[in-house]
Write a protein that binds this ligand. Structure first.
Ligand SMILES: [Zn+2]
Length: 64
């Protein structure tokens, strides 16, 4: 293990790796920032966008 953990972006479904135990990551594909939840030091999942307001704004723009 390299000390990196893979997570999947909930916005664009891109998989990317993140250093262990960071609480905020940015998707390299769509640049959405995500808060992570860590189950242990090798298992993480995307919990929520950094800002719901900005996330919803972005989603609205895509739908237009
Ligand atoms: Zn993304």
């Amino acid at each position: 293990m390299e000390g990196k953990v893979e997570v999947r972006c909930r916005s664009c479904h891109n998989r990317f790796s993140t250093p262990r135990l960071v609480e905020l990551v940015e998707c390299p594909n769509c640049h959405q920032k995500w808060k992570l939840k860590w189950f242990d030091d090798t298992t993480a999942t995307v919990l929520a966008p950094e800002s719901w307001v900005e996330f919803q704004k972005k989603m609205k723009e895509i739908k237009k």
